[in-house]
Design a protein around this ligand. Structure first.
Ligand code: ADP
Length: 480
């Protein structure tokens, strides 16, 4: 570490370090060893954080957009200049290869830069009057205190994608990071403080699994918290939505996916193989936009499977700090268990393992490809969230689209084709918030990221990404 003062282990409430009555361990998933213990705060501290955010909000919302732009830009610069340290913390607590962690820091910082700029573009409207003595105006105002509940798979980017638009809009925030990756969140908050985000405007409440549930209840039940942004499982998203019903909170939810990846017979197969690897195996398969089901048209099925399996077998697995490694460990034992269950089910139902198929030491799993996958397998319905790629065969275009849409999820989808008619037909038919065409990578700060159906509500990033943090107010001036 170049700057050891980024290693913070206390919760941050109203600009003060809070050690908590107890602590919880953060471990390195590659080694199983403890890295640090972190403040295990609960309901009472969550209430303190809400109160601090409420008090700070009245000051922050009164700053100019230009001022908030300047603070966010400074935060962006600090994130970029501390990229190595942030990536080191991230690889240690999350496991992703160091190069991928540095990529996430750049991606995370890009949201801060983007929303620093958007801060200055929150424009209202003046409307044509409906009566000649009237003047009609529309204001956009900060929604208020926001809560961000974030996951472990992108410990930094899922925070900045929520916090940057909130701060840009003039809101204050309480972050509840994943109990598995709180150190990255605390380092990011430290840099925000150095950038000039005032005490109380950004608070971080860290808690273990049980306390995360308690903190979640407090955030949802609070009348002061006007918005909750959550990224994580659909199951927890439903709980937060139900808990938020009594206070009619605005919600942004980025939930589970079950991404289809379709390869048509007119596709460039080598490019499709590259795209499938990028989409399926990024972060060892632990992203909500990872291809979960690969559908390949009959005429190119064997060629695709053979080339895909050969490449997958060559992916180097190991500790993320090893330079050659492109596949780190899975986050915890439960993640390994899910991959093994999906694999066993697929094999039992006739799937053919053509790459990997075995658990390696500790939390490592060999990147796996199973050919001859069928719709009755569990992996056709559930998100595996790991390095396991089932490949299904199809004959007709409609059959692939129907199978792709046959899920309650609707986050990312992908397909490969060179036929312009098919590209529009299939692109418009897929019931997904995002469609990658001839690419396996779709995310960037200037696009709207989000899903339909049970994959969530709202969009993050792009000029749309600030809207959830704003309320519309209509001013009607009479007697003019
Ligand atoms: P993942 O699928 O990423 O493991 P989860 O949906 O379990 O994610 O968790 C994502 C985030 O939600 C984490 O910060 C976790 O602590 C938090 N969380 C999990 N369960 C609850 C709950 N019942 N209430 C509030 N937050 C929760």
């Amino acid at each position: 570490m170049n700057d050891r003062s980024l290693l913070r282990t206390h919760a941050l409430i109203d600009g003060k370090d809070v050690a908590g009555d107890s602590r919880f361990d953060v471990t390195d998933p590659a080694t199983g060893l403890k890295i640090a213990d972190v403040a295990n705060v609960g309901a009472k501290d969550a209430l303190d954080a809400i109160q601090a955010a409420d008090a700070a909000w009245s000051v922050w919302r009164a700053t100019t957009a230009k001022h908030r732009h300047g603070v966010l830009l400074k935060w962006f610069q600090l994130l970029v200049s501390h990229a190595e340290d942030l990536a080191r913390i991230m690889t240690a607590e999350q496991g992703k290869p160091f190069a991928e962690a540095k990529g996430e820091v750049a991606y995370a910082a890009s949201f801060v830069e983007w929303f620093a700029e958007e801060a200055k573009r929150v424009n209202g409207e003046s409307l044509p009057e409906f009566d000649k003595d009237r003047r009609l105006l529309v204001l956009k105002q900060a929604i208020g205190v926001c809560a961000a509940i974030t996951p472990w798979n992108f410990p930094l980017a899922m925070i900045t994608r929520k916090v940057a638009p909130a701060l840009a809009a003039g809101c204050s925030v309480v972050i509840k990071p994943s109990e598995l990756t709180p150190l990255t969140a605390l380092a990011a908050a430290e840099l925000a403080t150095r950038a000039g985000v005032p005490a109380g405007v950004l608070n971080v409440v860290t808690g273990d699994g049980a306390n995360s549930i308690e903190i979640g209840k407090v955030l949802c039940a609070s009348d002061v918290v006007r918005h909750i942004s959550f990224t994580g499982s659909t199951e927890v998203g439903r709980i937060l939505m139900a808990q938020s019903a009594p206070t009619i909170k605005k919600l942004s939810l980025e939930l589970g996916g079950n991404a289809p990846f379709i390869v048509f017979d007119d596709a460039d197969i080598d490019s499709a193989v590259e795209g499938a690897i990028a989409s399926k195996f990024r972060n060892a398969g632990q992203t909500c936009v990872c291809a979960n089901r690969i559908y390949v048209q009959d005429a190119v099925y064997d060629e695709f499977v053979q080339k895909f399996a050969a490449k997958v077998a060559g992916l180097k697995v190991g500790n993320g700090f090893d330079k050659e490694v492109v596949q780190g460990p899975l986050i915890e034992e439960a993640a390994i268990a899910k991959v093994m269950a999906h694999l066993a089910d697929a094999v039992e139902k006739g799937g053919r393992v053509v790459a990997g198929g075995i658990r390696l030491e500790r939390n490592f799993f060999a990147p796996t490809v199973v050919a001859d996958a069928t719709s009755n397998m569990v992996c056709a319905k559930e998100e595996t969230f790991g390095p396991f790629a089932p490949v299904f065969r199809f004959i007709h275009e409609e059959e692939a689209v129907e199978a792709a849409n046959n899920t309650e999820f609707g986050l990312a989808s992908y397909f490969y084709s060179r036929d312009v008619g098919r590209i529009f037909r299939v692109g418009e038919s897929l019931e997904y918030g995002m469609v990658g065409i001839n690419t396996g990578l779709i995310a960037s700060e200037h696009v709207p990221f989000g899903g339909v159906k049970q994959s969530g509500l709202g969009r993050e990033g792009s000029h749309h990404g600030i809207e959830d943090y704003l309320e519309i107010k209509y001013l009607c001036l009479g007697d003019m």
